[in-house]
Design a protein around this ligand. Structure first.
Ligand code: PLP
Length: 391
């Protein structure tokens, strides 16, 4: 038997045992709906309140404010739109640089480009998979200079306005250190917490440490609205402005169409919000199951010879959106072969995203040394993580 198939067979049997599914396909991340979801969506259809206005959008935002502790939440049609508006609200203008991680889903970098910005990639750390504060600080000192309170890239002459960290797979990155560094360098912080609904750090919800945070409710996330997103504002006035921008900048009036700037059609439809309300009511239960599944993976892989289950120091505070196996470095060359053998057996594992610096449209963007991101990304395999598997 080849090394890859030896590892794959061991993986399949451990995953089937942890998830107690001896046969059939096991997908990466699937949603769970209850009868309440069906009833609320049905209510939208019956009342014909399916579009950009309606009680469920408001209710959904209120629930998110309660869950996250954010003073102002604005629901959007997806997480990418949330990031785009967040960056505009943070003051990103065409030509500005946004300092971010290469180890993320493409939406993070796309949103920067949608705002006219240029992503500037910095390295991550193995411990959390998020931006490494110990590397960020010396890099900012070396690659940038301060002019009239502006942080200017010495090479490109462009201003960096925002630091955009991402909480990978729902695990908190070193957000407090990152926010402190950003303050010292006069950078705003926009947190991509798309994967982190229900995750906290020292009891505070992720996405509320920086100036603005964003969430996603795509079908594979812990809670879904079909497609959806939300922006968490520390400053309610800024949130109010973003909501205005997200609704075509229409000035409220009973029947007149007056728009006072170029807006976006980014509002979350009421139909999607209805699903979201039912899902948020289930959040506690979903989180319990996710945590149970994560613990079962840790136990089930204790004596696994080819890698370790990724855990962070803040295990109890993560939503455990996606469970992760870190292959030992000597086996990472077999990663893709392992994954395809597992797929053939019905166990649908996934590698992590290709780094943003590998994608044609971001290849030439400014970048620090990102050797840790390059090394660790080749070792990551995501394991089936649907909450019902933790039942
Ligand atoms: C899911 C996700 C988003 C947003 O994606 P949408 O599909 O637009 O909701 C953004 N960033 C990260 C890291 C994500 O995982």
């Amino acid at each position: 038997m080849s090394k890859a198939s030896e590892i794959a067979q061991d993986l399949v049997s451990r995953i089937r045992s942890v998830t107690r599914r001896q046969d059939g396909a096991i997908n990466l991340s699937e949603p769970s709906f209850n009868d309440r979801a069906r009833a609320l969506v049905d209510q939208c259809i019956t009342t014909a309140w399916v579009s950009t206005e309606g009680e469920f959008v408001i209710k959904f935002e209120k629930l998110l404010e309660e869950i996250t502790g954010s003073p102002k939440v604005v629901a959007t049609m997806n997480g990418t739109a949330a990031l785009h508006l967040a960056l505009i609200a943070a003051g990103v203008k065409p030509g500005d640089e946004v300092i971010t991680t290469p180890l993320t889903f493409v939406a993070t970098a796309n949103a920067i480009a949608h705002a006219g910005g240029v992503p500037h990639f910095v390295d991550v750390e193995e411990r959390t998979l998020g931006i490494c504060p110990e590397k960020l600080l010396p890099y900012l000192k070396e690659a940038f200079t301060s002019k009239d309170g502006k942080l200017i890239n010495k090479k490109t002459g462009r201003q960096a306005k925002v630091l955009l960290p991402m909480h990978v797979f729902g695990h908190p990155c070193k957000i407090e250190e990152l926010v402190t560094i950003a303050r010292d360098f006069n950078l705003r912080v926009v947190e991509d917490a798309a994967e982190a609904l229900g995750s906290t750090f020292n009891g505070k919800h992720l996405g509320t440490f920086g100036d603005i945070g964003t969430l996603s409710f795509n079908g594979n996330k812990i809670v879904t609205t079909g497609g959806g997103g939300a922006i968490l504002f520390r400053n309610s006035n800024l949130g109010q402005k973003a909501k205005h921008l997200s609704t075509t900048a229409k000035v409220p009036h009973a029947y007149k169409y007056f728009h006072d700037e170029i807006g976006y059609n980014y509002r979350l439809p009421n139909l999607n919000a209805a699903l979201g309300v039912a899902q948020l009511e289930q959040l506690g239960e979903l989180l319990r199951k996710k945590r149970k599944l994560a613990q079962s993976y840790v136990n089930g892989f204790e004596d696994f010879s080819f890698g370790t289950i990724f855990t962070t120091p803040d295990f109890k505070e993560s939503n455990h959106w996606l469970n992760t196996l870190i292959l030992n470095p000597e086996f990472c060359e077999y990663r893709d072969e392992i994954i395809s053998i597992c797929h053939a057996e019905g166990v649908r594992l996934r590698p992590v995203w290709d780094l943003m610096t590998e994608l044609p449209m971001f290849r030439d963007c400014p970048s620090a040394d990102i050797s840790t991101a390059k090394k660790i990304s080749l070792r990551i395999i995501n394991l089936p993580s649907s909450s019902f598997l933790g039942n």
